[in-house]
Each structure stands twice: as structure tokens, then as C-alpha cells.
Ligand binder design. Structure first.
Ligand SMILES: N[C@@H](CCC(=O)N[C@@H](CS)C(=O)NCC(=O)O)C(=O)O
Length: 216
């Protein structure tokens, strides 16, 4: 029986983009269902009753939530093509550590850059760039965080590139000036169709943020 794969998502979500990149790298066909987060559908509430958020991957009727857990699941289920997590337990722990770092440091500060004002906004800008610089150190001279090939941390972090334009416009800074290696890494990832076709348009994300701020 063919696998039935459904993704519940909302297009600007960096978390949803992670899942799209992972599915594309593995060559998995799936049904994409755009969800309205202001008026949550019975399907979303049924599939993710705990957090009630996207993304949710539904594989043969069974839901999986939380983007990093979903990417790990995809990697385990469809492991023949483009393995993402290293098999070595220590290397695996490190990839997961840094993906968690992205969620704890990059995402909340990035959000505060557009969603806050005054001291909070300034602090977020500073901490966001500090976080990127730490990641730049982790990348070192490697082409990808995963080494010679795209890996788990690359998949976890690359969707933020689609948000860089918004952070730069709202924060009035240049990420390329501050963290040139991160931007070259992102451009290298985007050379892969699986990545470029899975990321939402940066300018549309910025328009979405402006509309959200205007209607908040
Ligand atoms: N930790 C979650 C975060 C998911 C998340 O924050 N999703 C947002 C969209 S970007 C959402 O569904 N928000 C709606 C809500 O929480 O009501 C993950 O990695 O999947």
C-alpha cells in the first residue's frame, strides 16, 4: 500500500518549511493543506490536540507534531535517500543540540525584532546576531552544517533564510555584513531545488508581517 502523507501547514511558518524541505529531499509526495491559524479547523484540532499548532504531518492517518520531531521521523522512515541525522550517537546528539539552539535563540529573537519595540527590540537584534555568529562558528569551513552534504541542522535552520529579509527590514541591519558565511551557506543550500522550492517568498513574508502588525 502506498504511503499516505499529508502536511498541515501555514505558508510563512519556518517550522512548516522544515518539513517541506525534508520531504522534498527525500522525494516524498504529499498532500499539502493550508490551515487558517485564526480559525482552527476540526482536522487540525483533532490531529494536534495538545499544542493546536502547525506543522502536523499525518502519515497513514497517524499525526506527528513538532517540526524537529517530524524531520527526525521523516529521516527514520525514509532513510534510504538523503540521510539527515548522522548515525554516530555523538554526532547525532550535536546536530540535535544545534537545532534546539536555533529554536531557543534564533527564532524567539527573530520574532521580537519585528514584534517588539524599544529596548526589547534592540536587545533582540543584538541577541539574534550573536546567535547567528555562534552558528557561523559551528559551521566553520564546512559547506553545510551536516558536513559535505545537507543534514539535520541545515534543514532546521535554512527556513530562517526566508525570514532574513523581514528581520533586516524591521531591524535595519544587514545579515550579510554581520554574518557573511551564514549567507553564503544559505545561498549554497538554495542551489538545491528541494530547498528553493520549499521556502516561501521573502518579500511575501515581509508583507504578511506588515499586515499582521497593522491588524494586531
Ligand atoms: N515548536 C513548534 C512550533 C510550531 C509553531 O509555533 N507553529 C505556529 C505557526 S509558526 C502555530 O501554529 N501557531 C498557532 C498557534 O499556536 O495558535 C514546532 O517546531 O513545530
Amino acid at each position: 500500500m502506498a504511503d499516505e502523507v499529508v502536511l498541515l501547514d501555514f505558508w510563512p511558518s519556518m517550522f512548516g518549511m522544515r518539513v517541506k524541505v525534508a520531504l522534498a529531499l527525500k522525494g516524498i509526495k504529499y498532500e499539502y493543506k493550508q490551515k487558517n491559524l485564526r480559525d482552527k479547523s476540526p482536522l487540525l484540532l483533532e490531529m494536534n490536540p495538545i499544542h493546536k499548532n502547525i506543522p502536523v504531518l499525518i502519515h497513514n492517518g497517524k499525526p506527528i507534531s513538532e517540526s524537529l520531531i517530524i524531520v527526525e521521523y521523516i529521516d527514520e522512515v525514509w532513510n534510504e535517500k538523503s540521510p539527515l541525522l548522522p548515525t554516530d550517537p555523538y554526532q547525532k546528539s550535536q546536530a540535535k543540540f544545534w537545532a534546539d539552539y536555533v529554536d531557543k535563540k534564533v527564532q524567539p529573537n527573530g520574532r521580537k525584532i519585528w514584534a517588539s519595540k524599544g529596548d526589547d527590540h534592540e536587545m533582540a537584534k543584538k541577541e539574534f546576531l550573536e546567535g547567528l555568529k555562534v552558528l557561523e562558528g559551528e559551521l566553520g569551513e564546512k559547506p553545510y552544517f551536516g558536513g559535505e552534504k545537507i543534514g539535520f541542522l541545515d534543514v532546521a535552520f535554512i527556513p530562517f533564510y526566508a525570514w532574513f529579509y523581514t528581520y533586516e527590514k524591521c531591524g535595519n541591519f544587514s545579515i550579510e555584513e554581520e554574518c557573511p558565511k551564514i549567507v553564503s551557506w544559505a545561498k549554497k543550500c538554495l542551489e538545491m531545488e528541494s530547498v528553493s522550492q520549499s521556502l516561501s517568498d521573502s518579500e511575501k513574508i515581509y508583507e504578511f508581517v506588515l499586515t499582521r502588525l497593522a491588524t494586531a
